[in-house]
Design a protein around this ligand. Structure first.
Ligand code: VGL
Ligand code: ZN
Length: 208
């Protein structure tokens, strides 16, 4: 069974959002096209869902500026602008996304002491979210991934999918993703390719 995973397609990562990714909303029509024609047995979506004052926010660390490296629980942590705070419009899914088609929502980033880029587990790999158990229980054999941001949450989600769903084919639909930085995207694509993620486009995904 093929499953589709929509990573963090939220207002916060789209133009006008608190952690906007350039052209981030361009992933929405690609996600919707996949939902319509991709033949998926399951559509899952992750949602970055931080409490106010989350430890990944620069604002929680006096003197720290967004987009600089700081520390969280004794480990290096990128300091982000406040984003995707629970129950705010910034955390809501993009309104044009086909929400009715989503079977399962996996929230993440709720623990203020640790960030969670991956939809499968936190950055220390201490706590799993439950998405792996859900997808296994559904009998997934191929997992297609689209969303935001390619160089952070999408990358770590794809790498964890390979590790935590043994035997599952993991495919990244490149035109359904946008990233924060160009260098970050190049590096992320190389890492994913090396690990065994198939990098394909929308046309290929729909045709196979
Ligand atoms: C993300 C940074 C912080 C993402 C989430 O969805 O890629 N990036 N929180
Ligand atoms: Zn976040």
């Amino acid at each position: 069974m093929k499953a589709l995973l929509l990573v963090d397609i939220q207002n916060g990562f789209c133009p006008g959002g608190n952690l906007a990714v350039a052209d981030g909303d361009a992933v929405v029509p690609v996600a919707n096209a996949l939902i319509e024609t991709g033949g998926y047995g399951v559509v899952a979506a992750s949602q970055d869902w931080h409490p106010e004052g989350h430890g990944s926010f620069a604002s929680a660390h006096p003197g720290m500026a967004p987009f600089t490296m700081g520390e969280l629980s004794g480990k290096p942590q990128m300091m982000w602008p406040d984003h995707c705070v629970q129950d705010t419009a910034d955390a809501a899914f993009h309104p044009d996304l086909n929400l009715a088609a989503i079977d399962f929502v996996q929230r993440k980033g709720e623990n203020p002491k640790i960030d969670s880029y991956s939809a499968f587990r936190d950055n220390d790999h201490d706590a799993v979210t439950g998405l792996d158990a859900y997808l296994k229980q559904q009998g997934v054999t191929t997992l297609d991934i689209v969303g935001l941001a390619l160089d952070f949450c999408v990358k770590f989600t794809a790498l964890d999918a390979l590790e935590m769903l043994p035997g599952v084919t993991v495919r990244l639909i490149l035109d359904g993703c946008r990233g924060i930085s160009e260098e970050g995207v190049e590096q992320a694509l190389a890492e994913m390719r090396d690990a065994g993620v198939a990098i394909i486009d929308l046309k290929t995904a729909i045709g196979s």
